[in-house]
Design a protein around this ligand. Sequence first.
Ligand code: HEM
Length: 108
Amino acid sequence: MIVSLFHVNVPPERAQAFEASWSRRAGMVDQMPGFLGMDVLRDGGKPGHYIVLTRWEKREDFDRWANSPEFVAGHRRVNSGEDNGAAPVGIEFFEVVPSTPMSTGSGN
Ligand code: HEM
């Protein structure tokens, strides 16, 4: 599994509108092969800083989406200027290291 972290800054006075836009997103990404889920993270220490976190089976799955008509359709409002002043900061990719708690089923 891989995680993509897309950092974006929004003017604090437009943060509420930015957050609201996620409650009516296109939902195109959800149909993409290899897509496992997403979260939008609000930075508690830095007003206006958000991370759009997406999880994918493979980096190739992310790349296919990022170059797809579904990506464009998912950003239609952004591209038409209804972007709440969101400014991209950068993008990071991480591979997920499996981590599983030790079994507690032995009774000891
Ligand atoms: C200029 C760059 C970008 C801006 C300003 C931006 C902003 C936004 C906003 C405001 C939405 C909310 C949906 C809406 O209002 O209709 C959205 C959707 C989304 N964005 Fe971005 N975004 C950018 C690039 C990216 C990149 C590079 C990624 C991934 C790494 C990404 C991931 C997503 C995802 C997963 C959605 C949901 C799409 C869906 O529901 O199909 N965005 N983006």
